[in-house]
Ligand binder design. Sequence first.
Ligand code: NAD
Length: 260
Amino acid sequence: TRTYVVTGAASGIGKATVEHLRAQGHTVFGVDIRDTDIIADLSTDDGRASLVEQANRLSGGRLDGVIAVAGLVAPKPITVRVNYFGAKATLESLQPLLTKSDAPRAAVVASMGALTEVDDDLLALLLADDEPGAVEAAERLGTTTLATGMSPIYATTKNAIARYVRIHAKDDQWSGAGIALNAIAPGVIETPMVAATLATEEGRAAMAEGAPAPLNGPAAPPTAPAALLAWLTSEENSFVTGQIIFIDGGAESILRPELV
Ligand code: NAD
């Protein structure tokens, strides 16, 4: 059996992923701000340091899989801290523990939202690893929304973390160390994050337009992305890396059919 760390473990996709891996007999340390094994606030440096300390202690310094799921959708600066810098810190700070595994794998949850309009200033600051600058840019963006009703803060953080995977999977730290690094980009998944939106006719219509899902849509249960994350971080995945895998009932293929 393998040993995993999964962030965002208290709810939604993270919780379903923990349950999926445990049902396969693996050891899993959940990470969240509440209700799980490792309590750590990924929006802060202290919380990120505490994650590494606790993960080292609980795992004995060796992990086979790291899955960064924790995220927020609120149009607020904290979304920048958790979705990009918290996810990046999770991956990079636990990478040394992965190097002790015979079949190390990492994955992060981006979003179909990464395909909508991004804010170029915020994106540049994220990719430059400038957390104070990115937080200020998010403060300036405030509660502006895109035509789809989505916050450019959310869309940009998800675009940036997907780019992180595209840019870095080939690096010595990842491929060079035998570690597969991938992202998934879910369409609409039935979790507390989108429950309020899915509860109104207007919200459902906006989501169906932004993420039309002809296969088993309009939304999937969190067990769907959980199974994909489990496979991407399993021993079986020896050759998929640097990919953004859309799990969206076909939405991405409808929105950009020319891309092959
Ligand atoms: P959720 O709200 O059910 O779960 C998110 C979890 O992240 C919560 O348990 C929350 O406590 C945790 N979290 C938030 N801030 C944190 C922090 N500072 N430190 C540690 N943990 C923190 O939402 P979900 O739908 O399961 O979302 C999981 C991921 O999937 C997110 O990254 C989200 O952006 C992404 N996603 C969701 C959907 C969807 O339709 N639900 C679609 C695309 C992408």
